[in-house]
Design a protein around this ligand. Sequence first.
Ligand code: PEP
Length: 263
Amino acid sequence: MTSDRTAIIAGNWKMHYGPKKAKSFAAEIVPQLGQLLTHYPQLLCVLCPPTISLPAVYDVLAENPLARLELGAQNMHYEVQGAFTGEVSPTMVHELCRNVILGHSERRMYFGETDELVNKKVKAALNHGLRPIVCIGENEEQYEAAHTERVIRSQVMGSLASIPEQQVRDVVIAYEPIWAIGTGKAASADDAEKVMRLIRELYSATYNAAAGDAVRILYGGSVTAKNIGELIAQPDIDGALVGGASIKADFVELLHQAGEAQS
Ligand code: PEP
């Protein structure tokens, strides 16, 4: 990645760790993450526990305040309040978090989220001071049929529709090929880099070259301490969205390897 885009390593804990376990796990890793972040000023780390565990992890971070260690939610509604049982709003998320993952493939797959809905959520996040981490990616069938470019193009355009250039710079894109999520079969660094470049070109064509250069693009899908170095060394890969490896102490080593690869 280039030096003017601080890399992001975000951990998506998915539906793992209720408040008690989240607190003890965070208390275990946060001091170590803190040491690494002090050593690697070009890294930003985002922890995304389940909604119910956000306050517990927030408390741990409040006891160990670090500028580049932030909290993120895994989803939110686009309305500020109302009769939406079971949902949380952007303003509620903003009380604890700076980041929010939106349009994760599991939300698209199991909860019917469309680009149109993701677009509403992205706008709401931006309007309420949150940094959206917008997930896109093709499934295995689309990959095999060589439709990746078409899928990526339509997801980027759909998820970011009518967002002005001043705001779109705050959006982080996470390219997560669905066939690579939780399978242990990560995309090769070369293949991931090609898609990143495509996304950057799309931004340049839609907005301008500066926007294409500024957008941070993460790779997600079976990222571990072993492959993060090669991935993050690619010129257009600005970090990773990490699932399985983010709920183990190994996440610390992953951050270490990311920092080393950039030094
Ligand atoms: C994810 O769910 O965003 C993800 C990338 O998962 P994993 O790292 O486990 O493949």
